[in-house]
Design a protein around this ligand. Sequence first.
Ligand code: ZN
Ligand code: ZN
Length: 368
Amino acid sequence: MTRSHAAVFERPGKPLAIEPFALPDSIEPGAALCKVRMGTICGSDLHTIFGRRQEPTPLILGHEIVGQIEALGPGLERDGFGNPLNIGDRVSWSIMASCGECFFCRRDLPQKCVALRKYGHTACTAPPHLTGGYAEHVYLFPGTAIYRVPEELSDEIATPANCALSTVIHAVEAIGVRSGETVLIQGAGLLGLNLIALCREAGAASIHVTDVSPARLELAARFGADHCWNLADQSTGGAAREIVQRTDGYGADVAFEVCGVSRAVADAVAALRIGGRYLVAGLVSPGSDLGLDGNQLTRKCLTLKGIHNYHPRHLGRALEFLQQHNKRYPYSELVGAVFPLDQINQAVQVAATGQFVRVAVRAGRAAP
Ligand SMILES: [Zn+2]
Ligand SMILES: [Zn+2]
C-alpha cells in the first residue's frame, strides 16, 4: 500500500474532510511509520475545530494516539523502556519530537525544544504529511519517545495516556504529594481525574476536587475524591473556607490548578496552609492574570510552580501506572464512544457535547 487517508481540518465551520496522502517511500533514521489503531479527541482539538485556538492549517488533528509499527527507520531499535522494537508492536509515543541538542534539550526540557514538532499541531502540506491521529497512518519523527503498550491495557485505556496522565505525572513529580497530605484539585477534567488516582496512590489522606459540572464531579467521586465542591453552587472562596475548617484551620498541603481558570489561583492560595505548595498546569491562555496578593505568597511561605506538557520519561511512567492501577479506578469508562474515521465529524459533534470524557476514532470505514 502506498496511499493512506486522513481527516483534514482547514478552518472552523468547515467539516473535516477525508483526503488521500502518499505514504513515504523511505523512513529516515530514527523515525517510524505507524498504522493508527485509535485516536481520542482532546479538549484542545475541539478548541481548534471550533475556532477558539489558532493552528497552522491544513492540519491533521489528534495527538492522543495508539498505533502499530508498520516500518522502522535505521537505528530505531529500542523503546523508551529499553525493550526491542519490532514491526507490529502496539505503541504509544510522546506528543512531541525534540532535537536532543538545543539549549532546552540540553537543560532537560525537551518539551520546550526550539525545534519542537508536536503531533496534531503541524500543517499537513509538506512531507511526511501524516502527523496527526485522525488518520490511517502517522509518521513518527526522529526524537519521539516511543513506548510499547503493556498487553493488558486496552486501546481505550492507553490512548489518552500520552496527554493528560503524562502531564499530571509530571505535575506530581514537580510539586510532590506525600502520605497523609490534604490535596485540592481544581478541575475534574481528565487531568483532574488522573490526579485523583495519582494522589490516592501517593497516600494522600484527603482529596478535595472543585469544578462547575455535576457530571464531572460525579466521576471525580468515583475516581476516589473524598470531597467534591461544585463552584456553581457556592460563592467564590466557599470551598477554600471549607477545606481550612476541615483541616483544623490550617489548610491544604498541596493544590493543583487543572481547570484553566485564572481566578482559581486566589482560591487555592486561600485554601493552602502556611508552607503549602501550588502547581499550575492549566493556564494556557495568554492574559491569564493571577490576581494574586503577593503578601500572601510571602507570608504563607508558599511554593508556586508551573509546568507545561511533560518529559518523555513521564509517558513511560504513565503506562506503568496504568498497568499497575487501572483496575482500581474507572479508567475503562473514559472513552464513551468510538467512531470509524470516516465518521470523524459525527465523532466531533458527540465530543463537543461533553457527555463523555473522551470520544475515540478508529481507522476504517463505517459498516455499510
Ligand atoms: Zn490531549
Ligand atoms: Zn531541542
